[in-house]
Design a binder for this molecule. Structure first.
Ligand SMILES: Cc1cc2nc3c(=O)[nH]c(=O)nc-3n(C[C@H](O)[C@H](O)[C@H](O)COP(=O)(O)OP(=O)(O)OC[C@H]3O[C@@H](n4cnc5c(N)ncnc54)[C@H](O)[C@@H]3O)c2cc1C
Length: 283
């Protein structure tokens, strides 16, 4: 066999991917696996372990290095999600909500000021982010969303509405919100009667932004927090609007490419663990 040959395959197409998988696998076995049962049984989100993903360089893996990210590709995202989900799919869901639903979205669609202001914080783990799209009466039917934003004469936007089932929306049992929310809200209706959706970056501590309730007793994904978020006359400055008002269907669609791949990789990790448990039992 040739000198330097490594087992590169479709799951690890480059040396860098192989090394990433080895690193994540060892992090999972040392840090994630030992806490998984307890945190899932008790429905607790392991915030400290989550923040340590930033030190390991895993938060913002698809974000360019100049903003503090890993500068890697969609295959890297799939590798991390598969390896985390082999041990703790709920912890991985929290990772996906932050890394793929919020951080990658900002890296793809944010402007220069938003990226340089926010990406270093979410890539280091200083800030925990989430994406709020679903509502109590609108899940699959995204365009039916009722949360609305109206721009005032002074340029600020006023948001009213409720979002439901938001992963990382709350980070603890004391009502602590995410540090930053990628929020979709209705800002108008086009000539065909379809909703025009706009993205807002809502920061923790903004007046009118709070956790409505933390969802308890989930059947699965118990170690990731799921919450209802409430926006009551929540005032967001124009610099926290992503792109032009009304163009956020493009953001959703651009980001869904990575979200769906990330979710599929989670299913792969869960399946690999099931197979391993079944094999051990059978033998
Ligand atoms: C653990 C967890 C975490 C979540 N995290 C987030 C998050 O971070 N951010 C966020 O925004 N949302 C989040 N969600 C919400 C999730 O995106 C929604 O649950 C999902 O969009 C489905 O919406 P729904 O639950 O209202 O189901 P529904 O929309 O009521 O759908 C129920 C069923 O009906 C089917 N259906 C719906 N409409 C049609 C139709 N027109 N034709 C045929 N079939 C149809 C659907 O395929 C589905 O099988 C989370 C949900 C869970 C359970």
């Amino acid at each position: 066999m040739e000198e330097g040959w490594r087992a590169l395959d479709i799951a690890n197409p480059t040396d860098e991917h192989s090394m990433l998988r080895e690193m994540v696998r060892s992090f999972v076995s040392d840090e994630v696996e030992p806490q998984a049962l307890e945190f899932n049984r008790d429905e607790k989100f392991n915030v400290e372990l989550f923040r340590s993903l930033g030190e390991s360089g895993l938060l913002g893996i698809s974000v360019p290095a100049e903003f503090g990210g890993g500068g890697m590709d969609a295959t890297a995202v799939a590798i991390i999600n598969e390896e985390l989900s082999y041990s703790d799919p709920a912890f991985c869901l929290a990772y996906l909500a932050h890394d793929q639903l919020m951080v990658n979205n900002l890296a793809q669609n944010g402007n220069a000021d938003q990226k340089s202001r926010i990406l270093p914080k979410v890539c280091s783990g200083e800030w925990i982010g989430c994406m709020a799209m679903s509502e109590p009466d609108h899940g699959t039917d995204v365009l039916g969303m009722e949360t609305s934003a109206v721009q005032r004469d002074d340029g600020n936007w006023v948001i009213n509405g409720r979002k439901m089932w938001i992963t990382n929306g709350s980070v603890n049992d004391e009502g602590g919100t995410a540090d930053i929310v990628w929020l979709y809200a209705r800002t108008g209706t086009d000539e065909k009667g379809r909703a025009e959706i706009t993205t807002f970056l809502v920061e923790k501590g903004t007046d009118g932004f709070s956790v409505g309730q933390k969802i308890f007793d989930k059947l699965g994904m118990r170690a990731s927090n799921t919450a209802e978020l409430v926006f009551e006359d929540c005032v967001v400055p124009p610099e926290n609007v992503v792109g032009s008002p009304g163009e956020s269907m493009v953001h959703m669609m651009r980001n869904l490419e990575l979200e769906r791949l990330g979710l599929a990789a989670m299913a792969l990790g869960i399946s690999r663990r099931c197979l391993s448990v079944m094999n051990s039992y059978a033998s």
